[in-house]
Each structure stands twice: as C-alpha cells, then as structure tokens.
Design a protein around this ligand. Sequence first.
Ligand code: ZN
Length: 243
Amino acid sequence: MDAAVRALQESRRLLVLSGAGASTASGIPDFRGASGVWSRFDPREFHVERWRADPEGFWRLRMRLMEELDLAHAKPNAAHEALASASASPRFLGHVTQNIDGLFLRAGHQEERLVEIHGTAAKVRCLACDRFFPYEVVGATLPPPCPQCGGPLKPGSVLFGEPLPAGAWAQAQRWARDADLLLVVGSSLEVTPVALLPGLALERGARLVIANATPTRYDAHADALVRGAVEAEVPALLRAAGF
Ligand SMILES: [Zn+2]
C-alpha cells in the first residue's frame, strides 16, 4: 500500500482502468464469473446478428436481463465515489471503464474524462437519428421505437459482434500513451482490447499500480499491488495520495 500511495502522489497524469470488480459491492455480478449473467443467459442471444434477425425476440430477452441487473436500484459504492471525486483533479488524465452499468457517471464522474469502452446499458441508441435515450424509454411495444423518430433502438452497450463505440478505443490509446501512471481497479485484465492498455502505457515508461482482489497477468510488471476489496482500498489509496 505504501508503494502504491507514493506512486500516486508522484503522478501528474493518472489514467484509471476499471472493470467488474469496481461494481461487485454495488450488487452487480461479474458477467463472466461463476454466478455471472452468462451463467444464466446464453451470450449468443445477445449477438448483434440476433438483434438484426429478430429484434422483438432479442428485446424480450434483453428486458429480462436488464430486470436481473436491476441498474435502477444499484447504487454507486465508495470506489465509484472516490474515483468520481478524483476525476476533478488536474492530475487526473482519464478513466477507461469496461463496466456498462453507468455507475461512475451516476456518482458524478467528469464526463469528458470517462470512456465507457463497452458502451452503457443505462442508455439506448436510435440507429436512424443516432440519438441516445435513457433505457427507460423501452416499454410495452416491442421492438421499442425511437421516441423521436420511430427508428429502431439498440442497447447502448456493445453487443457481441459489434465494434467498440466510435472514438472510444482511439481515446483510450491516447490516454495510455500520455499517462505517467496507470491505476487498474477491479479488472483481471483478461478481456481485449482493454487488456492491451497496460502494455501500451508501460512501453512509454508509465508506472503501474494494480488494485484487484485476485491476481492479474500484469502483476509481475506492477510497481505496486493492492489486494483486498476495491471499495475499501481504492478510496483509502486516493485519499492518502491527495486525489
Ligand atoms: Zn430516432
């Protein structure tokens, strides 16, 4: 912990990379874990081709998945709040999250310093007019029509078979190259392309601090490892480092 605090104190361009572990204390299970969403739903049902072929069937299942996630009742935890507050610091460069639950923004995170690299399930997007709407516009009529133009709506999170949101990956790479410290929060760094970001940052001489409950494949390259529950460790770490 001391080495992690020192590294953060010295950082002038902090990049945060967060994953499912940041939201488990908010009651949102890791999609890929043993009790995760993909142990109860078939991921193939959420492929973009499935949405194209049968939007009504796709949305019926998607609504069941969203009921299970119950995002409306999930609350940001202390890790979301500490990172949201840190994002206002001039020493905070940016934050790339793999999470689609929208909890960092609900905690008040600076919007221009957050890239939701897998999109957000808190919103839906109209493919005709390209506007975003809150998920709550999805209601009785299936497939749901755009409230503005009646066009087809798609979840705001990235479906299997879809590219990442426009510009998101480019921004994440820019930040990884510019950062002097990468702080990983609650990600096991298994899912590409996000798992490539530590390599990019390290190549440019950035330091690496990993706060995760379990080992990651970058642990050997880290300047400091913080084990334990991220909702306790990360707020303490940021506070001690003056963020
Ligand atoms: Zn529309």
